[in-house]
Design a protein around this ligand. Structure first.
Ligand SMILES: Nc1ncnc2c1ncn2[C@@H]1O[C@H](COP(=O)(O)OP(=O)(O)O)[C@@H](O)[C@H]1O
Ligand SMILES: [Mg+2]
Length: 156
């Protein structure tokens, strides 16, 4: 399952429970300031993964997709987390007007769906997770771009 340098992993997720199990393993490895990009088509499981991570951290409330608000803040397990869904982000002006730039303070943990819509506005990802919809289940390609990301993927 692991590549020689542990920076790229491919995981088969036969059902939603497998996605949640992956979320639980990732949640245990999150560090303040981490940036995780979530990629893949609508319905691929990006929000399911975020929900699984937040629940694993003890967040008991509802985790809904921030489709219209673009971001939803969370506090759990002593961590500040931000879940972005940038599917509907229009342009840089909207980004600046919403004050999103100030969110990237090095302490918050970011889960960002549709990061391609904010290219140049958001920091580099420590980890990129790309979901592919299969006839049965999903495949997740997990790629670490930074040393922090690589540490997170170790023995995942
Ligand atoms: N590994 C999986 N196999 C099959 N279905 C899954 C899997 N993981 C999640 N799902 C289902 O797929 C849908 C994913 O929706 P969602 O997480 O909102 O996707 P996205 O945020 O990528 O648009 C949900 O209905 C969820 O139950
Ligand atoms: Mg989503």
């Amino acid at each position: 399952m692991h590549s020689p340098n542990d920076s790229r992993i491919s995981i088969n997720l036969p059902d939603e429970n497998a996605t949640i199990a992956l979320a639980q393993r990732l949640a245990a490895r999150l560090k303040p300031g981490m940036v995780i990009y979530l990629q893949g088509d609508l319905g691929a499981g990006k929000t399911t993964l975020v929900r699984g991570m937040l629940n694993a951290l003890g967040y008991g409330g509802r985790v809904k997709s921030p489709t219209y608000t673009l971001v939803e803040p969370y506090h759990a397990a002593g961590l500040d987390l931000r879940h972005f869904d940038l599917y509907r982000l229009r342009d840089e002006d909207e980004w600046e007007a919403a004050g999103f730039r100030d969110e990237f303070n090095g302490q918050n943990i970011f889960f960002i769906e549709w990061p391609e819509n904010a290219q140049g506005l958001i920091p580099q990802a420590d980890i990129e997770i790309t979901f592919e919809i299969l006839p049965h289940g999903r495949n997740a390609e997990i790629h670490a771009n930074t040393e922090t990301g690589k540490q997170c993927l170790k023995q995942l």
